[in-house]
Design a protein around this ligand. Structure first.
Ligand SMILES: [Ca+2]
Length: 457
């Protein structure tokens, strides 16, 4: 059985039988918000079944506690600073409507790479990597786009100076303001249709859900259904969506040809039924609760069922991993920070994380570094925050993540050798990726001279 599976695996790309890829990327879903990651309040039978049939990654990271930088990494396989998407044109932590800045179209996104390998590519959902025509998904490797270009709280309904929240099909606004109640359902239908239309060729689906980012919206079928309030209603509809997509894949006979990943772009905000499980901190922070995400990887016959992998992995790894599975390589003409983690997904005996370290940045500032076991919060004169004033005089703190996932006990005094090693890794990152006033090896973002609002004709 094992040998047979390995044989299928190794011959997959060579036979021209390229696997399909689906990334389901929730917005602000916390580490403890789904059953298979410990939620006792949200009913998520479909995501739990996906975990039973696949592998849970329990040390899976996004590169930022907020949307835009996190998404830039998933798309490019690079830290946000590398592609200059760590802050907006107005020095905010994320892009706002009518931004002059966006993900540079000269970056090679996962979609660009897979399109080059003959894949049909679709982005359905919240983009948030630039709202100008040059930066939209259709200019970043996606054949088709349906969704909102930035966060659902950035329309005129919440911020009167902005245009009404636009819903786009490709580059055209088809609805404004978008009817948010039906977004999760409509996204799911768009994806199911796309999969069905492209069942006979390799495809890549990127589904960055608008939910459960606030304002919360849910369709009539799910409103008030959960005993745990609106947030749980929203999670249950997202779970339904996962089930509907996997059912589509199964019914078309594509289960053994399709790798599906379920995760989130950053941690949950605090309170109101949201949960980052045992993790400290929340969305927007460099505590684990901001950047460690629930992650389930599913591919029957290729990825083992019912397993858990605690090795350090990141959204940046998806581009090089998909490249390998599609029979190509990640770009070699530029620095790519992600690593091929297929040996971990396939649970090859003894496979270890290919990362020497992971770096936690808040906007332009390096705040923490971890290796396989230890996380060091760096001493900072002013610890920057994504919003509000920085926090002065933050002392150094070391946590043993294997014994203390909640970052409760500072053990820096007991492990001076570990502190020294992690400080050296931080210096290495500063040289390469930069830190505050040091630019590092950074590629330019995309810019336009005059930004225009996305409005309905
Ligand atoms: Ca988010």
């Amino acid at each position: 059985m094992v040998a047979g599976t390995l044989l299928v695996r190794s011959s997959f790309a060579q036979t021209g039988d390229k696997p399909n890829f689906i990334i389901i990327f929730c917005d602000d879903l916390g580490y403890g918000d789904v059953g298979c990651f410990g939620s006792k309040t949200h009913r998520t039978p479909n995501i739990d079944r996906m975990a039973d049939e696949g592998t849970r990654f329990t040390s899976f990271y996004v590169t930022s506690g907020v949307c835009t930088p996190s998404r830039s990494s998933l798309m490019t396989g690079c830290y946000p600073r590398r592609v200059n998407m760590h802050e907006s044109d107005g020095n905010e932590c994320v892009l706002f409507p009518v931004a002059r800045k966006g993900l540079n179209p000269s970056e090679i996104t996962i979609a660009d790479m897979l399109k080059g390998q003959g894949y049909a590519t679709v982005c359905v959902g919240k983009w948030h990597l630039g709202d100008q025509p040059d930066f939209l998904p259709t200019k970043q490797g996606f054949d088709y786009y349906y969704g909102i270009p930035y966060s659902n709280d950035m329309g005129a309904e919440q911020r009167p100076k902005n245009p009404p929240l636009p819903l786009l099909r490709n580059e055209k606004v088809i609805e404004a303001p978008a009817d948010q109640d039906t977004l999760t359902r409509r996204y799911t239908e768009e994806v199911a249709k796309f999969i069905t239309m492209n069942k006979d060729r390799p495809f890549f689906v990127y589904l960055p859900h608008t939910m459960p980012h606030v304002p919360l919206h849910v369709s009539d079928a799910f409103r008030g259904r959960s005993p745990n309030g609106m947030y749980a209603d929203v999670i249950e509809e997202l779970d339904w969506s996962v089930g509907r997509i996997l059912q589509t894949v199964r019914e078309l006979g594509l289960a053994e040809k399709t790798l599906v990943i379920f995760t989130s772009d950053n941690g949950a905000t605090g309170g109101k039924g949201r949960s980052n499980g045992p993790l400290r901190g929340a969305k927007g922070s460099t505590w684990e609760g901001g950047q460690r995400e629930p992650c389930v990887v599913w591919w029957p016959g290729h990825i083992p069922a019912g397993k858990t992998c605690d090795e350090l992995t990141t959204t940046m790894d998806l581009l090089p991993t998909f490249a390998r599975l599609a029979g190509t390589k990640a770009p070699t003409d530029r620095i790519i920070d992600g690593k091929d983690v297929w040996p971990l997904m396939a649970s090859r005996g003894g496979a270890k994380s290919p990362h020497e370290a992971f770096y936690y940045y808040q906007m332009d500032q390096l705040q923490a570094v971890r290796d396989d076991r230890w996380k060091l919060h760096l001493p900072l004169k002013v610890k920057r925050r994504n919003w509000g004033k920085g926090i002065p005089n933050r002392p150094m703190a070391l946590y043993d993540l294997k014994a203390d996932i909640g970052e409760k006990m500072n053990v820096a005094d007991r492990h001076p050798d570990v502190v020294k090693r992690l400080l050296a890794l931080a210096d290495k990152a500063r040289l390469d990726l930069g830190d505050v006033n040091h630019r590092g090896n950074q590629r330019p973002a995309g810019w336009v001279e005059i930004a225009k609002p996305l409005t309905k004709d």
